[in-house]
Design a binder for this molecule. Sequence first.
Ligand code: AMP
Ligand code: ZN
Length: 670
Amino acid sequence: MSIFAVKEQMDALVAELNQHTYNYYVLAMPTIADYEFDKKLEELAKLEKAYPEYADPNSPTQKVGGDITKNFVTVQHRWPMLSLGNTYNEQDLRDFDERVRKAIGDDFQYVCELKFDGLSMSLTYENGILARAVTRGDGTQGDDVTTNIKTIHTIPHRLQGEDIPDVFEIRGEVFMHRAAFERLNKEREELGEVPYANPRNFAAGTVKMQDSKEVRKRPLDCFLYAFYSDRPQFKTHWQSLETVKKWGFHVSEHSRLVSNIDEVLAFIAHWENERFKLSYDIDGIVIKVNSYAQQQELGFTAKSPRWAISYKYKAAEVQTVLEKVTYQVGRTGAVTPVANLKPVVLAGTTVKRATLHNADEIKRLDLHEHDTVYVEKGGEIIPKIIKVNLDKRVSDVAIEYTTTCPECGTELIRKEGEVAFYCPNDEGCPPQIVGKIQHFIGRKAMNIDGLGDETIETFYQRGLVSHISDLYTLYQKADELKAIERFGEKSIDNMLKGIEASKQMPFEKLLFGLGIRYVGETVARKLARGVKNIDNLGKASVEELTAIDEIGQRIAESIQEYFSNEEHLQQIELLKVAGLQFEVQENAIILQSDKLNGKTFVISGVFEKHGREELKTIIEENGGKILSGISAKLDYLVAGDNMGPSKLEKAKKLNVPLISDEELLAMLAE
Ligand code: AMP
Ligand code: ZN
């Protein structure tokens, strides 16, 4: 094969794999089998190895986890993980009830549960310790994702309680709460990453990530709903739920024990609208015969148990007319289309707008002017357009995604391999200017007291700030500040104090606050550690940058681009003059989180997976304090193997809780 042909083939593979990833995660419509996908990915990896000079730095082979399923160890399920029969209406359910009663008579109960919309997970415990977590896979075998699942705070690593069998399996649903989904997805978009279509996809993508450190940052939850063991342990499903709750498992408090199908129907009716008030998505209800003996009598079909069934809610859906498409410009300049709709009531709320995500979504829908569209409310707060009602099409003018910025008129650009279009005028485009300053003052960045998003908006409109550095000269503008309505002397004073205090914020926070594209919180921390000060960062070559842990080509290029802009350099100069921290303090502990704030620890013994120094750093970086000896004030003793007996005794006497290294890490995963 000629060199040109090789390069062409590699590029084609990259494009194709990126498209599949996008179809899967964004459109939630996979267009290729996982196996095919993995084969193509392997092929690409091979070529890249043979011809590294042609490897695309953005190649899907370079992405760590998340978007790409690489190989996890396959594990056979002890009991197959079946699906459930589905019903969609009352009659189907009454038929199910009829079949059950024919087989086991009238003397039985049902357990009604919510049908959580996530992914099912099988957990095996051995001697009270979580030994394995396996995905459903094809039902007979799944992937071993134990390391990732261990980051889920509500899944106990070690059980407490009585009569815990030596070996058992427990199954449940791993999911992400809607609020976490929306927050993290927004962060992804801001960093130019492909957002997930829904919490389920986000959870599924997370569980399959290669890097469990990354998984830790994405809060997942898990409800357990099925217990399996070789020796019979319980008489009823309900009893099993009650008991495993006592062992430390997260069991839904909404499950109900009922005695007939009418009560089941009442449960279903209750949750029809109530479900939107939950903090997570459910897509239906599961009904299970309570007694295990009766379950056994009913048995299984090839695909599903005869003693359980699910009822799926119809998506709340209405038709309405598209009035027009408008565009929102974010802090990073990403331009997001929004459908403005003729107001319509949907699942109890009035809907006027729906998100269109990006240009590809408009194409996928083949949206025309004044189309009548189907709008659906999933769990999401903002509803989405499912499809167009072609029978009601009135115009043959297709909606074209805008080519210029709706806010400043600049021509939009799209970077290769990215879905979003951007307005490149970051220093002159109003929402970007305001967004950037808002980002700077935000809680995760400079965390400036006494200043909020709306105030920044007002300041900008009044010409008081148009750059980050303007914040630090606000104190000279007392008269203009006083002239602002509802902005009293006290508020001004508070704000100025907050701004002054922010000058002491550590370098990594400042770096994050600058809002360099792709430089999120974690990246900023790694960079700060790696380069020590802003001048080094500005001078660093792509090679030097990518040598830093977790910094890839894309981030490195973005940093270089940032520092090649005169206006950015000028901002940095002004901020330096104002006295901000542009270098890492010597010996400073770079805080990763404040999850252990105010907690004290002693580390003792040896640990299989971590060094003691490493654990110490982890504790300090998350706000915890290391004490030299055990006292009654101590919060936790992190205990490894071969701990001195006197220490152990002292800890017991003083009632200091002992935790393992893994339990320590689990505290951070919260
Ligand atoms: P289906 O995928 O429609 O066949 O439904 C079966 C799946 O529903 C199971 O594999 C679980 O992942 C999920 N599920 C969610 N909530 C429950 C529940 N309370 N009981 C059993 N399965 C549930
Ligand atoms: Zn613009």
